[in-house]
Design a binder for this molecule. Structure first.
Ligand SMILES: *Cc1c(COP(=O)(O)O)cnc(C)c1O
Length: 373
């Protein structure tokens, strides 16, 4: 697709997201809920558009990272339950409750503060308890210590409605051998929530722990609800593809602005890191690090222009970069794909020394998202 009015854009294939959703849904037993992770603007794909799509497909829950992301969805009329995975200062307990947003809670202190902030309002807040099972990040510690007793105590706070319990895996997307620690985490999770439920004398309705890595490699984790993110957007979190056939949804594209002739000895861009060695054609592509094209990719990136692979040349600037198009017929107006359906985001991420998740999140707000089916 070529939108003639755009310099640089992210083409989002909603049909691909639908396909990925259905492919994962097909792996679930009837009655297992599907939570779609749409944090960070749906990994750059547009949280409102993706949430509307998922709601229409029968997805039961959404998750975001923070309050502003949840409120953006509520303001757009999204009615699905929304879980905030990250921290919200307890001062916002009323805002959470009034907007029917579910909050993750990972300590007694935070649970108590949220409960306290709702005193006298007549409101209650839906919460999911986060258990720490080995990620080393947040949650009631499920292995050793006294945190499970704290969690059971938090279950009794009158203005909190403990609907769910969850944990997060740190190596479920790893290669065989590496990912085995997931079994330890799963065991800690089960033992942990069972202990809380026994002590509190009531059970959670929803137990969930399946990220994209576990979706592919650990069907034993599915329980009452799965919680994938990146796989919805059509990329595999690690090297294992399992039996999932995913289609990438985002293609980052830009349009060649100029093509200039250069002579041997000419240098390209800041720092003079690229020297022209023979008579060359150098194209200017209007995308730079302010659009989300990592400067670390300078002199490493290859882009696709109509099936031809061309090398990026010289430092990537804030708003543009250059391509060596010598020996090609590339001309002003031609469309380049940086990553997406032709150039796998994972390979581009490797060149930048990062992961594709970060490339998607980096696509900045000034890059328009163009939706196609
Ligand atoms: C981001 C996140 C997910 C989704 O992870 P993917 O690897 O994108 O599937 C699930 N759970 C939590 C707690 C997260 O922070």
């Amino acid at each position: 697709m070529t939108d003639e009015t755009k310099r640089t854009w992210a083409e989002i294939d909603l049909g691909a997201i639908e396909h990925n959703y259905r492919a994962m849904r097909a792996k679930l037993a009837p009655g297992t809920r599907f939570l779609g992770v749409v944090k960070a603007n749906a990994y750059g794909h547009g949280a409102v558009q993706v949430s509307r799509l998922l709601a229409g497909l029968g997805c039961e829950y959404l998750a975001v990272a923070c309050l502003d992301e949840a409120l953006e969805l509520r303001r757009a009329g999204i009615k699905l339950p929304i879980l905030i995975l990250g921290y919200t200062p307890p001062q916002y307990a009323v805002t959470l409750a009034e907007n029917d947003v579910t909050q993750a809670v990972g300590s007694f202190a935070v649970a108590e503060a949220l409960n306290e902030a709702l005193a006298g309002t007549g409101l209650t807040l839906k919460v999911h308890f986060k258990l720490e099972t080995g990620m080393g990040r947040t949650g009631f510690r499920a292995y050793g210590g006294t945190a499970l007793a704290d969690a059971a105590k938090a279950m009794a706070l009158p203005r909190l409605e403990p609907e769910g319990v969850f944990t997060h895996f740190c190596v479920s997307d790893g290669d065989e051998g590496v990912r085995d620690f997931t079994w330890t985490q799963l065991e800690r999770f089960k033992t942990g929530f069972q202990a809380i439920e026994a002590q509190a004398g009531k059970a959670f309705q929803i137990h969930h722990c399946t990220n994209s890595g576990a979706m592919i490699a650990f069907p034993e984790t599915y329980m009452d609800m799965v919680r994938p993110g990146v796989a919805l957007y059509g990329v595999y979190p690690g090297t294992d593809r399992g039996d999932l056939d995913l289609v990438p949804a985002m293609s980052l594209k830009s349009r060649v602005a100029y093509v200039e002739d250069h002579q041997p000895g000419d240098t390209i861009s800041y720092g003079r890191t690229f020297t022209v060695e023979k008579p060359s054609r150098i194209a200017v592509l209007p995308i730079g690090y302010a659009d989300g094209l990592h400067r670390a990719l300078s002199n490493k990136l290859t882009v696709d222009i109509g099936g031809q692979k061309v090398r990026q040349a010289g430092r990537i600037c804030m708003d543009m970069c250059m391509l060596d198009v010598t020996g090609t017929d590339v001309k002003s107006g031609d469309v380049a794909e940086i990553f997406g359906k032709v150039m796998p985001a994972g390979e581009v991420a490797d060149l930048a020394g990062t992961i594709h998740y970060e490339l998607f999140c980096a696509v900045s707000p000034r890059v328009p998202r163009i939706y196609v089916q």
